[in-house]
Design a binder for this molecule. Structure first.
Ligand SMILES: *Cc1c(COP(=O)(O)O)cnc(C)c1O
Length: 472
C-alpha cells in the first residue's frame, strides 16, 4: 500500500514515510492509492479478536511496510493502559449506543490514535536512526494527548505551544503536570492563532526545520486517521455480536460523530469505503458549523478566526476543517486537478461550490449533518442523564443531539463519545446542577506542580528555545 497526495504532486510513498511528514510537498494531504477492502468473511474472522489484535489487523492493511508482529507489539503497548475492552459500548436508549473512545490517559478520543502514533513514531525513528522534535499548537485536547503519548520516549521530543490563560484548569493541569525531560510546555502571550502562526513560521523555514528535525502530529497525520478506522470496525463487531449469525453479513449501523477538523468522521468514511456496512455517517457540528453548511448546501466557506465562536464544546471550535480535502478527493473521483482547482477557488473567493454534487453526499457516501447549540448541549446532557443515568460531555452531547434527528427503526445509531464529562465539569454543573467528583488520581493531577515556560509572542525567542532543547 502506497500513499499519494490529494493534489497529485508527490511520488507514491509507504506508510512509515507519510508519518513523518505534515502536508505533502505540493500542499496536499496523503491518501491511500487504493482503499484496502475487507469482505464479510474477514469481518467474521476478526470477531474473536481483542481490540489491540483487531488494531494490528486493520492497521496492517495501511502499514504494509511494517511487519505484522511489530504492529501487534505496538498496538498491545498503545492500549495497555486502557480498560480490558479498550472501547466499551453502552446503550442510552432511544436506539442510541455510546462508543466509549475516552478511556485513555487524557479522557478524550485523541488518545486512541495518539497512543498508537507514539509507538509507531518511535519505531520508525529507531529503524531510520533519526530523531524528531514535534512542534505544535494546542487549545486543549490535541496537545495533552500528544504529550501523554510521547512522554519519556527516546528519539522524540514535544514542544507544545498553548495560549496563556485560555485553557481550562483541567486542560492546563493535564499538560503542565508532566515533568518528563522530552516534554516542553510553552505558554504564549496571545490566543491560539498566535501559537499556530508561530508554529507555521518555524516549520515554514525549511532550513530551520531540517536543522532542528521538526515534525508535527496534527489532525492531518495519516497515522492518526488510520488508527481511528479501527474503532469503527470494533463497534460494528460488538453490535453484531447480538445479531443472529445468519443476519450479520451486511448488517447496517449508523455512526454520529462530534466533528471539528473532520478527522474522526473521515476515518469512518475510510471504514465505509473499505466495505464496513455503515448506513449513515452523521456529522455533528457546534455553532462553528462550516461543515454542516457544506454537507447541506455543497458550499464550503471557512470562517476567519475572528468569526469563530468560543463555545462550550471547545474542541470543535474550528474555522476550517483540515481533513475535508481528503473527502473532496474522493468526491471528484481522485482527480488531483479538481482538488487543486477547488483550493484555488477557496484562496481567490473565500469559498468553493460543489452544490451540483450535494445529493451524492448522502446517496453515495452516506454523509448527513446537523448543528447543535449550547442550549441543545445542556438539554441533551440533562435528558440523557434523566433517561439513562449516564453523564455525557458537551462534545458527545452535540453528537447525541444531532444523532436523535437521524435515528431510524432497526438501524443502531452509534454515537462516538469523544470526551469524558470530568474534562468539562463546568458545563455539566450548568446542565444538571450538580458538581462532578474527581477520582483521587485526577485530583492528584490537578494538585501536582506545573512545568511551563512562559514566552512572549516572539518568533526569535521560540527559535532559541527550540534550538537549545531539541534532540539532535
Ligand atoms: C478533537 C475533538 C473533536 C473533533 O474531532 P475532529 O477529528 O477534529 O473532527 C471532538 N470532540 C473532542 C472532545 C475532541 O477532542
Amino acid at each position: 500500500m502506497r500513499y499519494v497526495s490529494t493534489r497529485g504532486g508527490m511520488a507514491p510513498q509507504p506508510f512509515s514515510e507519510t508519518l513523518l511528514e505534515g502536508l505533502a510537498p505540493d500542499g496536499g494531504l496523503a491518501v491511500p492509492e487504493e482503499m484496502p477492502q475487507v469482505d464479510a468473511e474477514t469481518l467474521e474472522r476478526w470477531r474473536a479478536l481483542t481490540y489491540p489484535q483487531l488494531a494490528a489487523e486493520v492497521l496492517g492493511l495501511f502499514a504494509t511496510d511494517i511487519p505484522r508482529e511489530d504492529l501487534a507489539r505496538m498496538t498491545d503497548a498503545a492500549y495497555a493502559g486502557f480498560p480490558d475492552e479498550v472501547v466499551p459500548l453502552r446503550s442510552i436508549g432511544g436506539g442510541i449506543t455510546l462508543v466509549g473512545l475516552s478511556e485513555g490517559p487524557t479522557l478524550a478520543f485523541k488518545d486512541m490514535a495518539m497512543q498508537f502514533l507514539g509507538q509507531v513514531l518511535s519505531y520508525v525513528l529507531e529503524r531510520k536512526d533519526q530523531v524528531l522534535n514535534i512542534v505544535g499548537a494546542t487549545s486543549g485536547d490535541t496537545g495533552s494527548a500528544a504529550e501523554h503519548a510521547l512522554r519519556g520516549k527516546d528519539r522524540v521530543s514535544v514542544f507544545m505551544l498553548s495560549p496563556q490563560g485560555r485553557m481550562s484548569t483541567f486542560q492546563r493541569a493535564q499538560m503542565y503536570s508532566l515533568d518528563d525531560a522530552n516534554v516542553h510546555n510553552i505558554a504564549v502571550e496571545g490566543v491560539f492563532d498566535d501559537c499556530q502562526n508561530l508554529v507555521k513560521r518555524l516549520s515554514g523555514d525549511l532550513d530551520f526545520k531540517h536543522a532542528q528535525h521538526l515534525g508535527a502530529v496534527n489532525s492531518i497525520n495519516l497515522g492518526r486517521i488510520a488508527a481511528q478506522v479501527v474503532y469503527y470496525f470494533w463497534a460494528w463487531l460488538r453490535v453484531t455480536d447480538a445479531v443472529e449469525p445468519e443476519h450479520r453479513e451486511g448488517f447496517e449501523v449508523s455512526f454520529a460523530v462530534p466533528s471539528g477538523n473532520f478527522g474522526n468522521i473521515l476515518s469512518g468514511f475510510f471504514a465505509r469505503s473499505m466495505g464496513l456496512p455503515i448506513r449513515r455517517l452523521v456529522l455533528a457540528a457546534n455553532e462553528n458549523n462550516v461543515l454542516d453548511e457544506f454537507f447541506r448546501t455543497g458550499i464550503y466557506r471557512p470562517r476567519s478566526a475572528a468569526n469563530t465562536f468560543a463555545t462550550s464544546s471547545p474542541s470543535m471550535d474550528i474555522s476550517k476543517a483540515s481533513n475535508l480535502e481528503r473527502f473532496i478527493h474522493a468526491l471528484v473521483g481522485h482527480s488531483a486537478s479538481d482538488v487543486v482547482d477547488a483550493w484555488a477557488a477557496l484562496d481567490r473567493d473565500g469559498f468553493f461550490d460543489f452544490s451540483a454534487e450535494q445529493p451524492r453526499f448522502e446517496a453515495e457516501f452516506g454523509i448527513v449533518s446537523g448543528t447543535s447549540t449550547h442550549a441543545d448541549r445542556l438539554a441533551t446532557i440533562r435528558s440523557v442523564h434523566e433517561e439513562s443515568g449516564e453523564l455525557i460531555d458537551p462534545h458527545t452531547a452535540d453528537g447525541v443531539t444531532v444523532a436523535r434527528q437521524y435515528v431510524e427503526q432497526d438501524v443502531p445509531m452509534l454515537v462516538l463519545e469523544t470526551a469524558k464529562p470530568q474534562k468539562f465539569a463546568e458545563t455539566i454543573t450548568e446542565a444538571i446542577g450538580v458538581d462532578l467528583e474527581y477520582s483521587p488520581e485526577l485530583q492528584r493531577m490537578l494538585d501536582a506542580p506545573q512545568h511551563v515556560t512562559e514566552m512572549a509572542d516572539d518568533e526569535q525567542a521560540l527559535r532559541a528555545f527550540v534550538a537549545e532543547h531539541a534532540l539532535h
